[in-house]
Design a protein around this ligand. Structure first.
Ligand code: AGP
Length: 612
């Protein structure tokens, strides 16, 4: 996953590719590479690290030519190494591909290709594509071989191919992942994102799924997978570069909120098999989890938003898997003198995998003989490397400082872990198990539906944007949602003070501040404590506070308790924090926007806190 570029034209290809890759750097990546066709044949250069390091390699070992592809990789499947970096080549070294997306059936395809004698060099799913084309190219011309290979793929892809056998053009196709064509003056481009090419052309052809392109310097020829011609006129992009980077959204935060259905799909991918009612983990994680003792003690450590995900995890693991769990702020854990042993598993939840306190926490745990499982978004990060096993969240790069999609994917990963342990320990009756698994499988769709609340949330945010103090209250699984909602608001709108509490705590102090017009955000979705939350709402209203209530769709009775009402799709209670997160994030975003806040880079905050 990350940036794809392709170039054919009169300019030196390496310069064009590096320029385009550089313009996608803001998305984050861990390795990069280019493949070029010239009179010597196919030449490939790859580097782990930054584009400037790839550029240095290309200065030492230059390649000339006018046709090539490039890629910046943000590791999802397979560590960030040179071998796993794109482009990937076939056995003959005459074909090269770059790819974004996930090939779901790469396992069986790889086995089939190995049986036919193909040699694989990387751990990626991408590599099957190039070997498949190689296989079909034994009997078909390249355009046909490419289409036949694409027909074999299940999953998502944006893919570009270059072939020594057909050296005057590039080939590209997409299904589910973005790929565009740029048309310049006697030069053409492929790119996964508009910003890559905006400095050279504004004439763009947006590809639809299952369309294939043959690209020369004079422009694209589009066909279907069956080879039928497709006509599409170019459109002119009128975004400036900043808007283009954000995919047309005004802020990365909003873009990332909208990316959540896809992010959660990635977290669940290859792990949840709803048809068989199974949770499947990679071999290392499975060995780790299957080796735990029945009396294992779990301690979740994390900071900030990741800590809130950990709190949701505590409710899930204790209720459904019936394992004892403590949750600690990593900054406290490392100094509280916890006594750990070899029957303790520390679960470190972290987006970046670099947070100093969390890293110190796992080192301390290991020094005491405990085991470490990381729930992490960034492959190859320090915590991922030092943990005994890693459940990657696969949420994709998160650029806004305020964590959104990383949070919901952390909760989803912890839900997978919970169900795995629950099944292993036979704690859930089959009928309930089916509901839990189906609920988890439907999460991407439910988040999509929750996003439909955006206009309503925006209107409510406008109503309360002038307020300077907010409470957020919830119970059980949505007590952490209250903490997270409050953190999101104060993070992105630093002129507002927001505090999250367990709703039952209100009478023990916070209620003293409630007065006319004081806004309180309540999470009152369907749960065994629903009536108790209603009582808390009434306590606030009795003091003339204003209640903004997030409730489950179809709850007709809630209307008379709410000054402002936001509804979210119904789901199993343990998954409700994921669905509820969407309006909480949108509310914070729109209140901050109305206050003119610097949403993506709030003052005093850093994306990754690598110092204590
Ligand atoms: C979330 O919006 C914050 N930016 C912050 O609380 C963050 O979650 C925390 O610093 C932990 O980061 P990590 O997940 O990368 O470890």
């Amino acid at each position: 996953m990350c940036g794809i570029v392709g170039y054919v034209g009169r300019a030196p290809v390496v310069e064009a590719l590096l320029d385009a890759l550089g313009r996608l750097e803001y998305r984050g990546y861990d390795s990069a590479g280019v493949a070029v066709l010239n009179s010597q044949g196919l030449e490939v250069r790859k580097r782990v690290g930054k584009i400037r390091e790839l550029a240095a390699t290309l200065r030492r070992r230059p390649i000339t030519g006018h046709l090539g592809v490039g890629h910046s990789r943000w590791a999802t499947h397979g560590e960030p190494t040179e071998r796993n970096a794109h482009p990937h080549v076939d056995c003959t070294g005459k074909l090269a591909v770059v790819h974004n997306g996930i090939i779901e059936n790469y396992g069986p395809l790889k086995e089939r290709l190995i049986a036919k004698g193909h040699k694989f060099a990387s751990q990626t799913d991408t590599e099957v594509i190039v070997h498949l084309v190689e296989e079909f190219a034994k009997r078909h011309p390249i355009p046909e071989a490419f289409r036949l290979a694409l027909k074999e793929l299940r999953g998502s892809y944006a893919v570009c191919l270059i072939a020594e056998q057909d050296a005057k053009r590039l080939f590209g196709a997409k299904n589910g992942s973005p790929l565009i064509v740029g048309i310049g003056q006697h030069e053409s481009f492929f790119a996964s994102d508009v910003p890559a090419i905006l400095s050279r052309t504004r004439r763009v052809v947006y590809l639809n799924d299952l369309e294939v392109v043959e690209l020369t310097a004079e422009g694209p020829k589009l066909t279907t997978l069956e080879g039928k011609p497709v006509r599409r006129n170019p459109t002119t992009v009128d975004w400036d570069i900043t808007a283009a980077r954000k995919g047309g959204y005004p802020h990365f935060m909003l873009k990332e909120i909208h990316e959540q259905p896809e992010a959660i799909e990635q977290t669940l991918f290859n792990r949840l098999d709803p048809a068989k009612g199974r949770i499947v983990f990679d071999r290392r994680s499975k060995r780790f989890l299957d080796g735990l003792s029945p009396s294992e003690q779990f301690i979740i450590i994390a900071c900030g938003t990741a800590y809130h995900a950990g709190l949701v995890g505590e409710y899930m693991l204790e209720e459904l898997a019936r394992v004892p769990v403590d949750v600690d702020l990593a900054s406290e854990f490392r100094y509280r003198g916890a006594s750990l042993n070899r029957h303790t598993t520390v679960i470190a939840v972290t987006q970046s995998g670099e947070t100093a306190d969390t890293l110190a926490g796992i080192r301390l745990a290991k020094a005491q003989g405990a085991k470490v499982l990381a729930v992490c978004n960034v492959m190859g990060s320090s915590i991922a490397r030092e943990a005994d096993a890693v459940l990657y969240t696969h949420a994709g790069p998160e650029i806004a400082v305020a964590s959104t999609k990383a949070y919901t994917s952390q909760v989803t990963a912890l839900a997978l872990l919970t169900l795995y342990l629950a099944k292993q320990r036979r704690h859930v009756p089959p009928a309930q198990w089916r509901k839990l698994v189906d609920g988890l499988a439907s999460l991407p769709r439910l988040i999509d539906q929750a996003l439909a609340s955006e206009p309503a949330v925006k209107a409510i945010a406008a109503k309360y944007a002038a307020a300077r103090n907010f409470y957020y209250l919830g119970r059980r699984y949505n007590f952490p949602s209250a903490l997270e909602g409050a953190l999101k608001l104060k993070e992105v709108c630093p002129v507002i003070h927001a505090e999250g509490y367990a709703a039952g705590e209100m009478k023990h102090g916070p209620i003293s501040l409630i007065r006319k017009g004081w806004p309180v955000v309540f999470v009152a979705t369907a749960s065994p404590v629903y009536e108790k939350v209603i009582s808390n709402i009434e306590e606030v209203r009795a003091r003339k506070g204003e209640c903004i209530v997030i409730a489950s769709e179809g709850d007709a009775a809630i209307k008379r308790h709410a000054d402002s009402l936001i509804t979210v799709p119904r789901t199993e209670e343990f998954l409700s924090p994921v669905v509820v997160a969407v309006p909480l994030q949108l509310f914070a975003y729109y209140v901050a926007d109305a206050n003119g806040a610097d949403i993506d880079q709030p003052p005093n905050l850093a994306k990754s806190v690598t110092v204590e």
